[in-house]
Design a protein around this ligand. Sequence first.
Ligand code: 5AD
Ligand code: SF4
Length: 476
Amino acid sequence: MKMPNLMESKQRGKEKVKIIKDDFIIDNDLKKIGQDKKYYIKTYGCQMNMRDSETLRALLEMMSYTEADNYEQADILLLNTCAIRENVHNKVFGMLGRFKHLKESRPNIVVGIAGCMSQEEVVVEKILSKYKWMDFVIGTHNIHRLPQVLDEALEKRGLKVEVWSKEGDIIENVPIKRDSEYKAWVNIMYGCDKFCTYCIVPYTRGKQRSRMPEDIVKEVKELVSDGYKEITLLGQNVNAYGKDFDNINYNMSNLLEDVSKTGIKRIRFVTSHPWDFTDDMIDVIKNNENIMPYFHLPIQSGSDKILKLMGRRYNKQDYLELFNKIKQAIPNASITTDIIVGFPNETEEDFEETLDVVNKCKFDGAYTFIYSPRVGTPAAKMEDNITLEEKELRLQELNKLVNKYSRLSNEKLLHQVVPVLIEGYSEKGNNTLMGYTDTFKLVNVIGDEKYIGKIVDVEITEVKSWSLNGRINDAD
Ligand code: 5AD
Ligand code: SF4
């Protein structure tokens, strides 16, 4: 049993992170465990987790498991969890309740969780006391050990917990089974050292570790030769990429430039912290047409007082200056943001400041959240002194404004022709295809299968708040 420990995961030691480039192999015995058996993975949370699930899937397939259409058919059921807000906890425990039910009729199924919730002491304690019927808990730093953890859980038929509180090494050759044949997630760094006071990520994902530029560029070159059109460079705070290198002087703008030279058609990157956004980055994005004019730039709050309490290290003015600088350099840039309402001590005036920023920036879109205290973070020690009713009212008011500007920005595209990477069929059915513009706007088009995987010119014919409808003009 290896339990998570929040105090330990908070430490930022000086020890060097090892980069392991050996071929990834598993024992022959482990390769047969999943023969004639099926797996089901459900992913919660951010792109980082989606990317991790691609590895979890590949590892299970190395063990001969095949993918089930639904959890009722599966022999191994795995939830890749997110710890960022309480509502995901509730969903995960709700799902585990259903799995328990299934296990009563099929005692041989194996149920486990991975992801950020596994790194939380409170979660693992709850599992040990109330969910003892589960089979395994695996943390974020050791997902490559899934085959061994699963093997031990199967052998002992008891709950196996293996969570490392200290981040591990960077392991380069862990297998991936990608979700898409056209667009791919590419990790460029792991962890985060920003410690915003409300955020659990620096504890669940550990200290910042950047991958070496040559490993990233090699991965992107392989994706280009496999026919991929789009990559998204992933990190909790990508602008801080390279700050942890002690032997080379290389940063996010250098990486963007080098990745751009691989010839991949579209490059995106998430998530940016306004603090580390440099003028060099703006120049590189402006000068390379395969870097998409799309920025996700979380502001979190418009109030200087709240930003300070959040430990964000910029104020409203700094944010507005950066926002305007980007818009001036790249006039067609689309900018989205994240906003939290109801942070401790947020007064009506503070909230008005947030609305004011939204009115000034007229964001293309915003992800809005009610503050959710996370055990172990500094903000959780502050009094959560805004009533839920007040938080909900603020969220509603904010969402109304956000939707208005999102729709306005979409309306500017009406009758314009925009490039869209067609990713596949839309959930709407009826031969509707879907894809995203360069500016990351969702577009639905009626069209032939032959366009899937291509970047096509689409004329926008109808505008909604969160999506667009269009007609294909031409393929690349
Ligand atoms: N409560 C509410 N929202 C949060 N986020 C992060 N931590 C919390 C929390 N404790 C939001 C932030 C972040 C996004 C990914 O989730 O807005 O940018
Ligand atoms: Fe969390 Fe702040 Fe790091 Fe983003 S930058 S992951 S909000 S601590």
